[in-house]
Design a protein around this ligand. Structure first.
Ligand SMILES: [Zn+2]
Length: 277
């Protein structure tokens, strides 16, 4: 799954490679995939937007890379199990892909989806209508993501609210760019159990959580994302998670207690039962 550090890494590489390139050919859905989403457009309209267009800059928002296409459109990739790869030679193009863009200079870009993923080409306005991109929310590692904006999501909940911190951070309202992948380490560094009720997390712990969130994503971004994900050149990142399937059953790096796995809200959580209350 692409999350913020991976989106940042790939977006910077795409910016360096793709800016100023012209798309000469578009192949959409060469390998049919039920959970590859192309947005609200017909295939014809989708291809019309991309074919012949000049690519502008690439930035990112949350879990998505955003590439300017011509004057009016944005290619938004990410948020799921996409592999976004750049190709200088035909041989490196995977057999199965959901999007293939060929450029005037002979290079190519492919997007292959495993699990589910989105491959959108939208106007700015259409992008705002895609809630899962969280385009209107501040993203971590940007100036807009202040402690005040983060704390406001906590104070918006009524005292009797039973929502857990896991749901709060990755679902509603969610934090742009944070998914189940980084959640484990963020909650570990903050010393918070994923099932803890949001309303029980007060000032000092909110600060600690905010700090853990930023430092975890920052470090992962510097390392090019997780070591289980790939960049634009199919190289793994350098961030090894403290809390994941590989460390379950191992001693906690802080206290030595055994790291446990629990299933919660449609995904595994890895945590230290001593450090995370
Ligand atoms: Zn521990």
């Amino acid at each position: 799954m692409i999350e913020l550090p991976e989106a940042m890494t790939i977006a910077k590489q795409m910016h360096a490679e793709l800016t100023g390139k012209r798309i000469v050919d578009v192949v959409r859905g060469a390998s049919p995939h039920k959970f590859a989403f192309y947005g609200p457009l017909s295939e014809e309209e989708y291809i019309r937007r991309l074919k012949g267009a000049l690519l502008g800059e690439t930035t990112w928002h949350g879990m998505h890379t955003l590439t300017t296409v011509g004057d009016d459109h944005i290619l938004a990739l990410g948020g799921g199990g996409e592999r976004i790869l750049y190709h200088r030679d035909e041989g490196s193009i995977p057999k199965k892909h959901q999007l293939l863009l060929r450029f005037a200079d002979g290079d190519a870009l492919t997007v292959s989806v495993s699990g589910w993923g989105s491959v959108f080409c939208l106007t700015n306005e259409e992008l705002l209508g895609q809630g899962h991109i969280r385009y209107g929310q501040p993203q971590p590692l940007s100036d807009a993501f202040t402690f005040e904006s983060f704390a406001q999501t906590f104070s918006a909940r009524a005292p009797e609210d039973k929502t857990s911190i896991k749901y709060h951070l990755i679902s509603e309202p969610g934090v742009a760019g944070v998914g189940n992948g980084y959640l484990q380490d963020i909650l570990f560094y903050a010393g918070i159990h994923p099932q803890r009720r949001v309303v029980e997390i007060k000032d000092r712990q909110q600060h600690k959580l905010y700090g853990a969130l930023i430092s975890t994503l920052q470090r992962a971004a510097e390392l090019g994302g997780r070591d289980t994900e790939r960049d634009l050149y199919n190289r793994p990142g350098g961030y090894a998670r403290l809390m994941d399937t590989r460390t379950a059953g191992q001693p906690c790096p802080k206290c030595g207690a055994e790291i446990v796995k629990i299933s919660y809200l449609g995904g595994a959580c890895y945590l230290c039962p001593e450090c995370q209350r």
